[in-house]
Design a protein. Structure first.
Length: 94
């Protein structure tokens, strides 16, 4: 399952009574009040547990949570940054 599909399923399940109709990767979920600002932190917790990333507070912004695609891009960026940090840590140990 793609990151986008996993996010769509989660958002639909938690905030849309399981109905994914009309929800795709470009729907502006915050602008349409599918999720509100308080719900963003529930979504952040999901990202951290499901995708094993750490979401810094500075990344919790409307721009990063506007659509499923922007959230997926955030996850990929954090995964890449985590991999780079791990590689740097391995290099510094040598």
């Amino acid at each position: 399952m793609t990151t986008q599909q996993s996010l769509i399923n989660y958002i639909a399940e938690v905030w849309m009574d399981g109905d994914t109709e009309g929800l795709d990767s470009e729907v502006p979920i915050t602008e349409l009040n599918i999720i509100d600002s308080a719900s963003l932190f529930d979504l952040v917790h999901y990202l951290q547990s499901e995708f094993r990333v750490t979401v810094p507070l500075r990344e919790v912004s409307p721009e990063n949570f506007r659509t499923v695609n922007t959230i997926a891009a955030l996850v990929e960026r954090l995964r890449s940054a985590g991999g780079e940090r791990a590689a740097d840590e391995r290099e510094s140990v040598r």
